[in-house]
Design a protein around this ligand. Structure first.
Ligand SMILES: Nc1ncnc2c1ncn2[C@@H]1O[C@H](COP(=O)(O)OP(=O)(O)OP(=O)(O)O)[C@@H](O)[C@H]1O
Ligand SMILES: [Mg+2]
Length: 501
């Protein structure tokens, strides 16, 4: 259960991390792209403003002065060379322009370049010139690489009609403005920072939430497991688990389990009833058989050669009667019909009785029997017949599984609120792997499996012993070492004390 919960929470967190990651990257790139777009738009708008400004200044100045050109005195100019430039007071208008800004006249002479052009390497001036003199003279816009290996500039080339150099004829000049986005992009990096701070918080919080949610949705399953664990044996098969309403998977699982429990209970009941009915039905014919064989045996005219076989038949009938009685007892116990009729009794009497029987049995087999009982009475509310049966089953086992020369010891003791009864033998013992099966019905250890032979039996003795002890509110345990012997320990609650849970 824990692991499903953890698995769910982990997968949820992983899925969330992936989603947040992808979302974050997409958001970052989108933000970055739009920041770049904004910068580009700003640049384009600035270029347009500067173009309009340039055209307007040139045309207005020409209208008032009719000449925009002046000779520029240049030290070191070649003889005969005339350098022309924009009139100084016209040029002053363009001082403030930080972008690449250039003006050429109608024959391709560059009359003005802004400070930004001088800041660039000489190749940039050449490229600007080439762009300005390109024919035909018309408005052009696009991108131009001014410095090899650097980002291209966005540019606009605009014809400026109605200007001139004082020749009296209006000319059409050209004006170039180029610019590119400068400076860092602010939006995306700030977004990245905030995402790096917020994302871990979101992830931690939602992982905890996922763990909690997984726990909550698995709670009904947990509850179901607990309820199912209470269905321990045939007697608790009538229990049903609570089915949560809603018809979801969990309530369907609950209904399915309940249906299965119902079917199991039904088969259990019919099996029990069959065993009980069959044993019951077999009892009467067996009694008739026994009476017939006994009568034949005691008949004065019975032929001597038949006595042995009649004896054997009687022995088999007796064994079968015992088996059927045992089966009936267990079947009734399973059905809950074998209620005890208890009365307070001193357990010492039964122990002494059982020890006497054991002595008789042991004498045949060369097994010595001893017993110890306390001086004080050990009073418990018991059904006398059942306690006798319990002790008989235990001592017959002890004697049966102890080879000649061995010992069997019965002890009754007071242990706080309980009576402790032990039957110890020095017999063949039980292999450790077999110990958990000894209380199973019809289970017998391998070497002793034959029904007849020197250790006859069917494997019901301990099953019945266990039922008797538990019906009295007690416990039974068995300890054994192969070749060393076996100790069966029974604890029964004494009078005036509640049985242990
Ligand atoms: N004291 C013991 N020493 C060694 N093995 C034992 C002892 N008591 C029980 N066992 C083993 O446990 C098995 C089950 O015992 P249980 O009394 O139920 O059956 P059984 O004695 O074989 O037959 P039944 O008692 O029905 O006549 C035995 O067959 C035997 O293998
Ligand atoms: Mg037995």
């Amino acid at each position: 259960m824990q692991s499903i919960r953890r698995r769910l929470a982990v997968s949820y967190s992983l899925a969330l991390t992936a989603t947040v990651g992808v979302f974050g990257v997409a958001l970052y790139w989108e933000r970055r792209a739009s920041a770049v777009r904004e910068q580009e738009e700003q640049v384009a708008a600035r270029i347009n403003v500067e173009v309009t400004f340039g055209v307007r200044v040139l045309q207005e100045q020409y209208r008032t002065t009719q000449n925009l050109v002046a000779r520029i005195p240049t030290i070191g100019a070649a003889p005969g060379e005339v350098l022309l430039g924009l009139q100084r007071d016209v040029g002053n208008y363009f001082e403030g322009i930080r972008d690449v800004f250039a003006i050429a006249d109608n024959v391709g002479r560059v009359l003005y370049t802004s400070g930004a052009v001088s800041a660039l390497p000489p190749e940039a001036a050449t490229r600007i010139r080439q762009a300005l003199v390109r024919q035909p003279i018309e408005r052009r816009a696009g991108r131009i690489t001014l410095v090899q290996g650097e980002e291209p500039y966005r540019y606009v080339i605009e014809p400026v009609p109605g200007v001139g150099d004082g020749s009296g004829v209006a000319q059409t000049w050209v004006l170039l403005v180029a610019a590119r986005p400068e400076g860092p992009l602010y939006g995306p990096s700030q977004l990245l920072m905030s995402m790096l701070i917020v994302a871990p918080l979101i992830l931690v919080a939602s992982s905890l939430l996922g763990y909690w949610l997984a726990g909550r949705s698995l709670e009904p399953v947990d509850q179901m497991i607990e309820e199912l664990e209470a269905v321990q044996d045939g007697r608790s098969l009538h229990r049903r688990i609570a089915v949560p309403p809603g018809g979801d998977e969990i309530s369907r699982l609950g209904s399915t389990l309940n249906a299965m429990l119902a079917r199991v209970e039904q088969s259990f009941t019919s099996l029990r009833r069959f065993t009980a009915d069959a044993s019951h039905e077999l009892k009467t014919p067996l009694m008739v058989l026994r009476a017939g064989v006994e009568r034949s045996l005691t008949h004065p005219k019975v032929p001597a050669e038949l006595v042995d076989s009649l004896d054997e038949t009687l022995r088999q009938i007796n064994q079968m009667t015992e088996l059927i009685t045992n089966l009936l007892t267990l079947a009734r116990a399973d059905e809950g019909r074998a209620g005890l009729v208890t009365a307070p009794a001193d357990l010492r009497n039964y122990v002494v009785e059982a020890a006497e029987t054991a002595e008789l049995l042991g004498a045949e087999q060369g097994v010595a029997v001893q017993f110890t009982v306390p001086d004080r009475p050990v009073v418990a509310s018991v059904e006398a017949g059942r306690i006798r049966q319990l002790l008989l089953n235990l001592v017959t086992n002890a004697v049966k599984y102890t080879p000649s020369g061995g010992e069997v010891e019965l002890t009754l003791d007071l242990l706080g609120t309980e009576a402790e009864l032990t039957v110890r033998d020095t017999g063949i013992g039980i292999a450790p792997g077999d110990l958990e099966h000894v209380f199973d019905r019809f289970w017998r250890a391998d070497p002793a499996r034959s029904r007849t032979g020197d250790r006859p039996g069917v494997g019901l003795g301990l099953a019945i012993a266990k039922w008797i002890v538990e019906a009295h509110g007690g416990t039974i345990t068995i300890q054994s070492r192969p070749g060393r012997g076996t100790t069966v320990r029974v604890l029964l609650p004494m009078d005036g004390h509640e049985p242990r849970a």
